[in-house]
Design a protein around this ligand. Structure first.
Ligand SMILES: *Cc1c(COP(=O)(O)O)cnc(C)c1O
Length: 403
């Protein structure tokens, strides 16, 4: 660990969590696979069992020297102290929810939350007697205060929101939660390190490492990061109780991915802005939902609280384009694959209108929507590709000229 916050994050990503002596002189850690750990004596075993919260060799499920450097890098990226690696981004959502919620509790979740997180709340958590209220992500401190109940123990945040990219006023919302004795859990996958959750009132930060950390669309992983010993004990205890584990092979690949993440993000951030600004000038486009552009809900909070942007954003098409026309556009794209997930080196498109499942009335932006992920390709090639796909979209609806 560098432990030197004065360094630029490019420097810190190159050095954080480097295994040092643990790696036997090599730059990178060895790949340790294993379930059983052998103890020389019974005293060693007894002592080991008291170290469940530490990075200690006890049993494979509690981590290996391949997991530890990744835990340290992610904690450093997010400005937290400890990190639990789990098998997917979704497991990074469900594990802390199960750590902080019990039967009879109530949770507040943004209407723009990642779909499977909503499904977990309305499905399994509901079956367990935990109630969730979905709130408008732009509700603000005054709006959210009356939604708290005496049994509200978790305020969940995701900023920006999935598919519609609303940027939340995290410090104000967190302050209300803390005044009511609730914990603040946040999905920070989009913000990566551009948003420092613990400086803005978040207690537990969730990331799908599957996205930019892995960066190559070949591994699923998640992380849960905390900043106090109490929160760490809570999260770690739940993760162990659930048997949460991530393969050392996958952690090793994520560690390889993270070393180049800052450079990939520099490029992808810039390219995405070029493409997003181009979209904003096209007559087919009603609105661009990119947090760094003023047309995005909560842009002012992005400007205040974030130091950058990743390369995922939304586009609202003009209302004359039907869902079928937008699907025809997606299918006509050659450099953008149609697919879920994001954060890899390749560009993706996903028509999202069908995925937007809202109950607080926040999903209607007045036209069909598509989500774009910009990869490492040259932006002018991507724009040329979208130009020809827009022609397919216009052809589908028979709209030839737009003013
Ligand atoms: C992709 C994603 C997840 C889930 O990650 P997986 O590794 O695919 O399970 C969670 N939250 C957000 C915001 C995501 O985009």
């Amino acid at each position: 660990m560098t432990d030197d916050a004065s360094h630029d994050w490019h420097t810190r990503l190159s050095h954080a969590g480097r295994a040092g002596k643990r790696a036997g002189g090599f730059v990178n850690p060895a790949l340790h696979r294993g379930s059983t750990v052998l103890y020389p004596t019974m005293d060693d075993r007894r002592f080991g069992m008291t170290k469940r919260l530490e990075q200690t060799l006890l049993y494979g499920v509690m981590g290996t020297p391949t997991h530890w450097p990744l835990e340290d890098v992610i904690a450093e990226i997010e400005g937290g102290t400890r990190c639990q690696i789990v098998c997917s981004g979704l497991a990074a959502v469900t594990t802390p929810l199960l750590a902080y919620l019990k039967a009879g509790d109530h949770m507040l979740m943004p209407d723009s939350v990642y779909g499977p997180a909503r499904g977990f709340a309305t499905g399994m958590l509901s079956q367990m007697g935990i109630e969730t209220t979905f709130y408008d992500p732009m509700i603000g401190a005054e709006g959210i205060a009356p939604l708290f109940r005496p049994n509200t123990t978790v305020l969940y945040l995701e900023s920006p929101g999935s598919h519609t990219f609303e940027v939340q006023d995290v410090p104000a919302l967190s302050a209300v939660a803390h005044a009511r004795g609730a914990k603040v859990l946040m999905d920070n996958t989009w913000g990566i390190h551009f948003f420092q959750p613990f400086r803005h009132g978040v207690d537990v930060s969730i990331q799908a490492l599957t996205k930019y950390v892995v960066g190559h669309s070949d591994v699923l992983l998640g992380s849960v990061t905390t900043n106090t010993p109490e929160d760490w004990e809570r999260v770690r205890t739940a993760a162990l109780a659930l048997g949460q584990y991530a393969s050392p092979d996958d952690c090793w690949l994520a560690l390889r991915g993270v070393r180049t993440m800052a450079v990939r993000l520099d490029r992808q951030q810039q390219s995405a802005l070029v493409v997003a600004r181009w979209f904003a000038e096209q007559p087919e486009v009603a609105r661009v939902l990119h947090p760094a552009l003023p047309s995005c809900p909560g842009h002012e909070f992005w400007k205040r609280d974030f130091t950058g942007a990743c390369s995922l954003f939304g586009v609202v098409l003009r209302p004359e384009f039907s869902q079928q026309a937008v699907h025809a556009m997606a299918e006509a794209l050659e450099l953008f694959g149609i697919g879920a997930s994001w954060g890899g080196y390749e560009s993706l498109v996903l028509p999202t209108t069908g995925f937007v499942n809202r109950t607080a009335g926040t999903g209607d932006f007045g036209g069909q929507m598509a989500r774009f992920h910009v990869g490492l390709e040259e932006p002018s090639d991507l724009i040329a590709d979208i130009t020809q796909a827009f022609a397919a979209m216009r052809g589908f609806t028979g709209v030839v000229a737009l003013d």
